[in-house]
Design a binder for this molecule. Structure first.
Ligand SMILES: C[S@@+](CC[C@H](N)C(=O)[O-])C[C@H]1O[C@@H](n2cnc3c(N)ncnc32)[C@H](O)[C@@H]1O
Length: 271
């Protein structure tokens, strides 16, 4: 008998927060440790419990892990399902944390908010499709981060001279539910500073099989383009770069040695 193929449907993977959450769960511990270590290392004058903002907080996996460690967490996102999921997970665990709807490009924050750290990892910053939006985000972050506080930005860089299609795969399991997530980036378009992205999720639970496709565009950054962007917001200075191994023993330079990079930016104390 011929095997039936499951047809893919197109929808946003962020509309299924549990599946998103499952595929990134393995990274949460390492990212949490990294976030806290950057504070202890680069801002030793700031003391725990820390006040931490996560722009585009998604399912709230990092809100939860940081709140569990006793820190005060806030987050925002544009996807209402992600926000609902994040709120519920905090409530279920009896953890405190504010979560609201906002856009990266011109985000709102509680009045007189003053965070020790703002973090935006896993390339989320690349959802901002214009230079103006990116500068606006950084300026807004500078307003809400306290002097000497930190902004962490994790992205994949683009080397336009060497830019083959890329593919990454993650697997998440919970009981009999299995989610395989594959993400492709297509070669970047230098003229528009965009790259087409696709995520395909294979969801299997018992006899149930579902495949969903999500398509979107990211803004691209070469190392010089990222340097130039940072220069436009002098309230921040670049103090160190790492990669997605989150390993303090291996800092890197802002260059094209390899693609993934995490910038540690520090809010200058002088105006
Ligand atoms: C890759 S997820 C990251 C979620 C979370 N920060 C984490 O590390 O698990 C990207 C998130 O960005 C949100 N997002 C995309 N564009 C946005 C925008 N312009 N403003 C606010 N949130 C946005 C999506 O809804 C999604 O939850």
């Amino acid at each position: 008998m011929a095997r039936q193929r499951t047809a893919a449907t197109t929808k946003s993977w962020y509309d299924t927060p549990l599946y998103y959450d499952m595929v990134y769960a393995d990274y949460t511990y390492r990212e949490t440790k990294f976030i806290l270590k950057t504070l202890r290392t680069f801002a030793p004058q700031l003391t725990a419990p820390y006040r931490i903002l996560e722009p585009a907080c998604g399912s709230g996996r990092l809100l939860e892990s940081l709140a569990r460690d006793g820190h005060q967490v806030d987050g925002f996102d544009i996807n209402p399902r992600m926000l609902k999921f994040a709120r519920q997970r905090l409530r279920k665990q009896k953890l405190k944390g504010k979560v609201w709807t906002s856009r990266l490009e011109h985000f709102t924050a509680p009045e007189r908010a003053s965070y020790d750290l703002v973090h935006c990892l896993v390339s989320t910053f690349k959802y901002i499709l214009t230079e103006r939006g990116a500068v606006s985000f950084l300026r807004r972050a500078a307003e809400v981060v306290r002097p000497d506080g930190l902004l962490l930005l994790g992205i994949h860089l683009t080397d336009y001279r060497n830019n083959p299609p890329d593919h990454e795969r993650w697997v998440g399991r919970q009981g009999d539910l299995r989610v395989v997530s594959e993400t492709w980036s297509h070669p970047a378009q230098r003229s528009t500073r965009t790259e087409r992205m696709q995520t395909r999720m294979h969801i299997t639970q018992g006899q149930r099989k579902e495949i969903t496709d999500t398509f979107w565009k990211f803004r691209t950054y070469s190392a010089p383009e990222l340097h130039q962007l940072i220069k436009k917001v002098p309230a921040f200075r670049l103090v160190k770069c790492y990669d997605f191994r989150y390993d303090f023993k291996h800092p890197r330079k802002l260059d094209h040695a390899h693609s993934d990079i995490i910038l540690v930016l520090q809010r200058r104390s002088e105006p």
